[in-house]
Design a protein around this ligand. Structure first.
Ligand SMILES: *[C@@H]1O[C@H](CO)[C@@H](O)[C@H](O)[C@H]1NC(C)=O
Length: 147
């Protein structure tokens, strides 16, 4: 291959490998709610080095969004373009959309989600008074290793 053809390919390879490496592993699950927000559970997303209790609340699981979490951006710091992908469409009228199978960035799949097994963690209840709510882990999404 000519040098002029090789160099842009190397630059592209380095860019893709770098962006994949900078993506964290995230977990997506559900957390019980209480009090005024009694229609939970809510979806939560948290980073690998975080407790689910400190995760980002993504709103109720039983929402009217046609593709659930896939209609939302994935809350990953420094990556505002990430969208959940692969959620099964909500079954009308009372069904829920499925969990994501991946994460896309600008049309490219950059993360893959796998079932996480439902491990539960007790978190302080938003209602306080020493009560707890349970958080469950549903899927773990990891950067795709391309190279
Ligand atoms: C998430 O996992 C919990 C615990 O296993 C389970 O009860 C719940 O149905 C799962 N949620 C979804 C949307 O699959």
């Amino acid at each position: 291959m000519h040098v002029l053809q090789t160099l842009p390919l190397l630059a592209l390879t380095a860019t893709l490998a770098l962006s994949a490496a900078l993506l964290p592993t995230i977990h997506v699950g559900t957390i019980q709610t209480c009090g005024t927000n009694k229609y939970g559970p809510d979806y939560i997303a948290w980073l690998d080095d975080q407790s689910p209790c400190d995760g980002t609340d993504l709103g109720i699981v039983n929402s009217y969004r046609g593709h659930g979490l896939c209609d939302l951006t994935a809350p990953i710091p420094d990556h505002p373009e990430l969208m959940f992908s692969g959620c099964a469409e909500r079954v009308q009228p009372f069904g829920q959309a499925g969990l994501p199978s991946g994460v896309m960035e600008n049309g490219n799949q950059v993360m893959e989600c796998h079932e996480a097994g439902g491990q539960e963690t007790a978190c302080p209840s938003p209602c306080g008074q020493g009560q707890t709510v349970m958080a469950a882990s549903n899927v773990t999404c990891s950067p795709i290793q391309r190279y």
